[in-house]
Design a protein around this ligand. Structure first.
Ligand code: UDP
Length: 416
C-alpha cells in the first residue's frame, strides 16, 4: 500500500507544493479546495496544519498531512490577538525556506481596503456615513471599525504585516476572478508588483464536496424538497459570527412575521448565553406548522443549489457570498465585522444582487427585507442579475479568464 502510494507520487511529474492554512473554517475550506485543484493539475501536495481544527485525514488520502504542536486554543484563533497568532504561523512558514505564494481567502476589494487601512481610518468617526473617496461605494462605517476602535495598535500592526508580507511574496492567488472584480484587480496590479492569479471560485472545480469542520444536517434537504420553487429564505451567518438573545428573538419573529418559508442555521454556541434554541418562545416552530426549519449546520452548497431556495440572508463571508453567486441566489446582506461590510457593499451596490439590512436587527425590518427579496419585483430583478453574474463566472472557469489564470499558475509553480 505504502509502496504503491510512493510509486504514484513518483509518477506525478509535477512538483510538490506545501500548503499551510490558517486553522479557521473560512480559511481552511478554500485552502483545501486549492490543494485539490493543484493536485488535479499534477502537483503533489503536503498540508501542514495545526492541531486546532485539523483536517480529517480520511478525506485526503492523496495528500501528505503534517501536523505541528501549536498549542493554540479556539479562543486564541478567533480573538483580537491576531498579530501574535499570525506571527507564530508565519515563523513556521519561514522555517521551510521555500518560495512563498500567498492565498488570500477573502475578496480583492476588501484586501485593498485592509492594506490601506492605517491611512484611511485615522482621525475619522468610525460610524460616519461619509464616503471613502479612495474606495467608492464604501462609507467610513464600512471599514472594519469596531475591531480597530477596540485594539487600534494591534490591528494597524496586523494590516501593515498583511501588506508587507504579501509584497514580499512570490505571488498572490485569489478565490475570485476578473468577471467579479476587474477594477480591483487593476488597482491591485498597480500597487502590488507581484504575479497575481485570479482562479476562483474554487468550489466550482469539483462536484459538491465538503471540508466542513461541523457535521452537516442532511435532513434539511428533504424539508426543502417539500417547498415550492424559489420560495424559501435560507439564513446563515457562517462559522464565527455570534449574536445576543435580543437579536436572536428579533430574527425569529422577523422570519415568522415574513410569512415566507425559512431554513435557519443556528450554530450551537452562536447565541450568547445559550447552548442552542433555549431562548426561542415555547411552541414557536409548531406554531409555524412546518413553514420554518432550524438546523445546527447545513450542507450550504446543496441548500443554495436547491430549486426551492429563493434568497440567502448572509453575513457576507466571502465563501458564502461566492457560493450564493455561483447558484444564482440573491442576498440579504447583514455584515458584522472585518471584510464583511466591504463585501456587502459589492453585493448591494456594485453587482446589485442583494439588499443591505443596515439597521439594528428589528423584526418588522427583517420581515420586510425577506418579502422584498422573495416575493417582490425588486427580488426578481436581483435574481436576473445574479443569474447573469453566475453565467459569466461559469464561462470564466470553463476556458475563460480563471481557467487561463490557473494554467499560468501551474506553469509558474513548475518554473521554481
Ligand atoms: N457553511 C456550511 N454550513 C452552514 C453554514 C456555513 O457548510 O450551515 C459553510 C459555507 O458553505 C462556507 C463556510 O461555511 O463555505 C463559511 O465561510 P464564510 O467565508 O462564508 O464565513 P466565515 O465562517 O468565515 O465567517
Amino acid at each position: 500500500m505504502e509502496n504503491q502510494r510512493e510509486l504514484q507520487v513518483q509518477q506525478r511529474k509535477g512538483r510538490r507544493v506545501m500548503l499551510f492554512p490558517l486553522p479557521l473554517q473560512g480559511h481552511l475550506s478554500p485552502m483545501l479546495q486549492l490543494a485539490n485543484i493543484l493536485y488535479n493539475k499534477g502537483l503533489s501536495i503536503t498540508i501542514i496544519h495545526t492541531n486546532l481544527n485539523s483536517p480529517n485525514p480520511s478525506n485526503y488520502p492523496h495528500f501528505d498531512l503534517i501536523s505541528f504542536p501549536d498549542g493554540f486554543s479556539e479562543v486564541e484563533a478567533s480573538t483580537a490577538d491576531g498579530v501574535a497568532f499570525v506571527t507564530r504561523l508565519n515563523a513556521v512558514a519561514d522555517s521551510l525556506k521555500l518560495p512563498r505564494i500567498v492565498l488570500r481567502t477573502s475578496n480583492i476589494s476588501s484586501f485593498l481596503v485592509f492594506a490601506a487601512i492605517p491611512g484611511l481610518l485615522r482621525e475619522k468617526d468610525p460610524q460616519s456615513e461619509a464616503p471613502v473617496p479612495e474606495f467608492p461605494p464604501l462609507r467610513v462605517k464600512d471599514l472594519p471599525p469596531q475591531s480597530v476602535a477596540q485594539y487600534p495598535d494591534k490591528f494597524y500592526q496586523l494590516f501593515t504585516l498583511l501588506a508587507s508580507q504579501t509584497r514580499a511574496s512570490s505571488g498572490l492567488i485569489w478565490n475570485s476572478c476578473q468577471e467579479l472584480e476587474q477594477d480591483a484587480i487593476t488597482a491591485l496590479q498597480q500597487e502590488f508588483r507581484i504575479p497575481i492569479f485570479t482562479i476562483g471560485p474554487f468550489h466550482k472545480y469539483f462536484p459538491a464536496y465538503s471540508s466542513s469542520l461541523l457535521s452537516q444536517d442532511q435532513r434539511c434537504i428533504s424539508w426543502l424538497d417539500k417547498q415550492a420553487p424559489k420560495s424559501v429564505i435560507y439564513v446563515s451567518f457562517g462559522s464565527i459570527v455570534a449574536i445576543n438573545e435580543t437579536e436572536f428573538l428579533e430574527i425569529a419573529w422577523g422570519l415568522a412575521n415574513s410569512g415566507v418559508p425559512f431554513l435557519w442555521v443556528v450554530r450551537p454556541g452562536s447565541v450568547h448565553g445559550a447552548e442552542w434554541l433555549e431562548a426561542l418562545p415555547k411552541g414557536f416552530l409548531e406554531m409555524l406548522d412546518g413553514r420554518g426549519h432550524i438546523v445546527k449546520w447545513a450542507p450550504q452548497q446543496e441548500v443554495l443549489a436547491h430549486p426551492a431556495t429563493g434568497g440567502f440572508w448572509t453575513h457576507n463571508g466571502w465563501n458564502s457570498t461566492l457560493e450564493s453567486i455561483c447558484e444564482g441566489v440573491p442576498m440579504i446582506c447583514h455584515p458584522t465585522f472585518g471584510d464583511q461590510p466591504v463585501i456587502a457593499r459589492n453585493v448591494s451596490h456594485i453587482w446589485r444582487v442583494g439588499l443591505h439590512l443596515e439597521m439594528r436587527l428589528e423584526r418588522e425590518e427583517i420581515a420586510r427585507a425577506i418579502r422584498r427579496i422573495i416575493l417582490e419585483a425588486e427580488g426578481l430583478e436581483m435574481r436576473e442579475r445574479i443569474k447573469c453574474l453566475k453565467e459569466q463566472v461559469d464561462i470564466s472557469l470553463n476556458g475563460g479568464s480563471a481557467y487561463k489564470s490557473l494554467e499560468s499558475l501551474i506553469t509558474y509553480i513548475k518554473s521554481f
